[in-house]
Design a binder for this molecule. Structure first.
Ligand code: PXP
Length: 240
């Protein structure tokens, strides 16, 4: 059964809209744990648009499940990760102008830069996952760097214009997932997953971790954080 990583970035987005102290993503993490979150995920962006350094430091001390830090393969953020030591880092591509992470990391095109970052993180005992498009050559490159996991980008599945296209994208994810397992890497998925589209992805054989943010935070505004996480987790547990 897949585990649920709750991405709490957008709690910080609301706080940063006023540059105040509330709502605190640290509170959201605690409530997410009460709702059954298996992983707490935050993305420390170079522009610090939502999560701040302080959030990651406090979360490292307070989160009792796995803390997964999403970050770009840049030296300044790597130095920060080496100081805070989250259990897992997921490397993502990052462009300043984007609204959210667009597309997976091009591991092949940035092999040496990614390798430098991955080697330092491994040296500190951090589990490294690479957020990539569901493509065999990117999975092979991830494996060649010794990374423990891939997070396959589910954006094309989530954004598919009609059920036929969505079925095609799901098949793509299934095939890439099978290949990742054959390569011996752990299989994570994320991006654009919602209460409506999560179950077919959760049911992919070998799916181990799903990272979900926007949809959960959106529902949390209506029903509360713990309940929103509980409902998502229930969908994952019952997926077949
Ligand atoms: N996984 C990764 C690597 C991401 O960058 C994001 C977005 O920050 C997510 C998962 C969560 O995406 P969403 O907010 O669409 O659920």
């Amino acid at each position: 059964m897949a585990t649920l990583g709750v991405n709490i970035d957008h709690v910080a987005t609301v706080r940063q809209a006023r540059k105040t102290i509330e709502p605190d993503p640290v509170w959201a993490a605690a409530l997410a744990e009460l709702g059954g979150a298996d992983v707490i995920t935050v993305h420390l962006r170079e522009d610090r648009r939502h999560i701040q350094d302080r959030d990651v430091r406090v979360l490292k001390q307070t989160v009792q499940v796995k803390l997964n830090l999403e970050m770009a393969a840049e030296q300044s953020i790597t130095d920060f990760a080496l100081e805070v030591l989250p259990q897992q880092v997921t490397l993502v591509p990052e462009k300043r102008q984007e609204v959210t992470t667009e597309g997976g990391l091009d591991v092949i095109g940035n092999l040496e830069r990614v390798r430098r970052c991955v080697d330092q993180l491994h040296g500190a005992g951090i589990i490294v996952s690479l957020f990539i498009d569901p493509a065999e050559n990117q999975i092979e490159a991830t494996k060649s760097l010794g990374c423990a996991a891939v997070e396959l980008h589910t954006g094309r599945y989530a954004d598919a214009a009609n059920p036929v296209k969505q079925a095609e994208e799901l098949d793509h994810l299934r095939r890439a997932g099978r290949f990742a397992l054959e390569c011996g890497v752990h299989l994570h998925f994320g991006h654009g997953l919602t209460y409506r589209n999560v179950q077919p992805v959760a049911a992919i054989p070998g799916a181990e971790e799903l990272n979900i943010g926007h949809s959960i935070v959106g529902r949390a505004i209506m029903v509360g954080f713990t309940e929103a996480v509980r409902e998502m987790r229930q969908l994952i547990v019952t997926a077949k």
